[in-house]
Every structure is written in C-alpha cells, then in structure tokens.
Design a protein around this ligand. Structure first.
Ligand code: ADP
Length: 371
C-alpha cells in the first residue's frame, strides 16, 4: 500500500516533525553559554496532539532562573501554529548539566536499555560502521531490497541523523502521511516501507544532535510510525560510535547488527570500534560486510584492490564472526544510489545483486535460528 493510498485516513503531512520542531524552538531559550536543550535541561518531553509537556531540570545554582526560563519556553512553544497547551514542570534541583559524553571507549559498559518495543516486527537489524563513507547506507538499501526479493515483509529505517541519504537512493520524494490517530505512515518503494530522518528535516536544516533530541526522534520512530507487520526492520544507523549511534543502539529494540567496513587496515580498525559498541550493549553481531573490496576493469577485466584487500576478513576472523559478503567497487552501485535505482532492483540478475541476496539469505537464516 502506498502513502497516497492512505489518503482516506490521513490528514496533513509534517506532524511527524513535532518533537524536532519543539526542540528546535527551545534552543532559543538561552542558558549560560548555551541553551536549555544543549544543557540537557529538557527532560521527559511528551507531545500529544497540540499539548506539549516537559520537565525543566536545572542545577541547584540556577534554580532562581526557573520561572524566567519556563516563561520564555512557553512563549516560544506557543508561537508554533499547532500548540494548544504547554505544561512545564520544574524538577527538583538536579546535578549540574551533564558534560558531553566522553568517547565510548572511555566509558564503563552502558547497560542495555530497551524500553521501546515493536511488537509487530519480528527482527530489527542495525547496519553500523566505524565511520561514514564506507557504503553503510548503500548496503542497508540493497540488503533490505534483497530481503524483499526473498519474499519477506521489510521496513527500512534511515536513522542516519547526520546525512539521511536513503530517500535519494530509493528515489523517494514527498513526506509521510499522518493518520487521524497521529500515526506516521511510512512511504513505500519497491515493496519496502521507508521512514527517514530526511522526511522530518528541511533539506538545508543543519541540526546539532544532542542526547535529548536523539531520544525524541527514536521515540517517534518507534512509537509513532505505523510499520504494520514486518519480518525485518533494517536500521541504517548514524556512522561511528558517538552520542547518536550509541543512543539509537541503546534505545531501539535491536535483535542484531551488521557492521560494514572497507578493506584497508585503518578502516577495519575503526569498524572494530563499532563492533565493540554493539558488544558492550549486548547486541549480537551477525557478521561483517566488506564494501569496495576490489574493482574489476570493465575493459581488461583485471581486478584491482584499490583499498588493499582483506581488512574485513581479518576483522571477521579476529572476532570469530562470518564475513557475510565482499562487494566490489562498481559504477552501477554509485549511479544507482544517485538516481534512485539500487542494483538489487535495477540489475536483479547481476553478480552484485547476488552478493546482497546471499547476505540476506544468510542473515535471515541466522535470525530464524535465533528464534
Ligand atoms: P555511508 O552510508 O557509509 O556514508 P554511502 O552508502 O552513502 O556511505 O556511500 C558513499 C558513496 O559511495 C555513495 O556515493 C555510494 O553510491 C558510493 N558507493 C557505496 N558503495 C559502493 C560500491 N561498492 N561501488 C561504488 N560506489 C559505492
């Protein structure tokens, strides 16, 4: 079913961006060198219809500011055209605002925190990477489409808050519809249900992602999106192991993860950090996908290992995990991403599509075996 077919039950688009809009305007309420969102003073944000509620948490030294800040916050929130009521609860004095988190490696193991649930989704698989540009989103798209080709019901959540590129890769434009019950209906393409951060942000909107904002967005992705019954939800995580991917991995009800790397040693070393993050969160890693493994010259058919060879294999062997696939550098991959025609759909019989189908089959088998 396409979003358009949902017209009967749908009202206007964009309501899905409410928590983002709230957090964006609250950044106008200044506190010290920053603002109340950046200083982590906005807690327990909830939005029901036009009613916005949150707790204003201030350190003891700033409790005298509570009234002024509450009034300013209420004023900026009432300026939103859909606001009906604002309820701000002052918290008891809290500890000083949390400093930005240290790099994950320096932290004690964070406790897995899986409050959110997706009862109609059987398996939620994250695709992560140590850094950006390794092809994580391209792999997520083609893996999800390979699962569709195998007959599964699949959703794709583009949670890459830093650069949501999947709508472009799938050639999806527009915004999801919102039902009367304020549920977001994912858009659909090639039989795949898609929800993306890109739908919630204006094209030129730059957002500095701090913990509270990530939590607000995850809540929407989980609680407010009508995914329906799914066999697999593939989640394209933000790259790296910073605040955003860490929070997403902690909060999303992940069943497993796949790590994407390129072959060179330095890339494999950063991919190891992503693996450590999943390990510390007790998230099972299904295996490694090595992307951009080699390039086959279309004229002389000679294979060149542009980024060296074997980083993924070594990484997988050291962690005693399977190397799920080695994907060559191929212009069809890049072009397909740019024009919304992923290889699994555009060249379903190609050797490239075959790699993704094998990864999909293997992942599905591993998940079925796990129950
Ligand atoms: P990430 O999500 O890790 O940042 P992307 O999936 O956005 O990376 O890929 C980065 C760029 O590399 C995109 O232009 C994409 O089309 C291209 N790309 C990814 N994998 C391949 C490949 N195997 N061959 C050719 N181009 C690729």
């Amino acid at each position: 079913m396409t979003a358009e077919q949902h017209d009967a039950g749908a009202t206007q688009p964009k309501a899905g961006s409410k928590s983002l809009a709230v957090l964006a305007v609250l950044r106008d309420v200044k506190l010290g060198d920053g603002d109340i969102v950046g200083q982590d003073c906005v807690r327990d944000l909830s939005i029901a219809g036009g009613v916005i509620k949150f707790t204003l948490a201030l350190p003891p030294a700033l409790l005298g500011e509570a009234e002024r800040l509450s009034q300013q916050a209420a004023a900026v929130l009432r300026a939103l055209d859909w606001t009906e009521a604002v309820e701000i609860t002052p918290a008891e004095a809290t500890a000083a605002p949390a400093p930005p988190p240290p790099p994950p490696a320096a932290q004690p193991a964070p406790a897995p925190k899986k409050e959110q649930t997706l009862p109609n989704v059987r398996h939620v698989i994250a695709v992560g990477s140590g850094k950006g540009g390794v092809g994580k989103s391209t792999v997520s798209v083609n893996l999800a489409l390979a699962l569709v080709a195998a007959g599964h019901k699949v959703g794709l959540l583009d949670a890459d808050v830093y650069g949501p590129s999947i709508p472009l890769m799938l050639g999806v434009t527009g915004q999801p519809m919102i039902t009367k019950e304020e549920r977001i209906i994912p858009l659909e393409k090639h039989g795949l249900k898609l929800m993306s951060m890109g739908f919630l942000l204006a094209p030129d909107q730059a957002v500095v992602w701090r913990g509270p904002m990530v939590h607000g967005v995850i809540r929407q992705f989980i609680a407010d999106v009508d995914w329906g019954e799914l066999d697999f939800l593939i989640v394209d995580l933000p790259p790296g192991t910073g605040d955003a991917p860490l929070s997403m991995s902690q909060e999303l009800p992940l069943s497993a993860a796949i790590v994407v790397t390129t072959p060179q040693e330095v890339a494999a070393a950063v991919a190891q950090k992503a693996m450590s993050m999943f390990d510390r969160l007790d998230i099972r890693i299904l295996g490694i996908i090595e992307n951009m493994s080699y390039f086959v010259c279309p004229h002389c058919h000679e294979a060149t290992e542009i980024f060296d060879r074997g980083g993924g294999k070594v990484l997988a062997a050291n962690a005693q995990l399977p190397l799920l696939g080695e994907i060559p550098i191929d212009v069809r991959m890049r072009k397909g991403s740019d024009i919304g025609a992923p290889v699994v759909v555009e060249f379903p019989d190609s050797d490239l599509a075959q790699v993704f189908k094998e990864v999909a089959a293997r992942a599905a088998k591993q998940m079925e075996a796990a129950g």
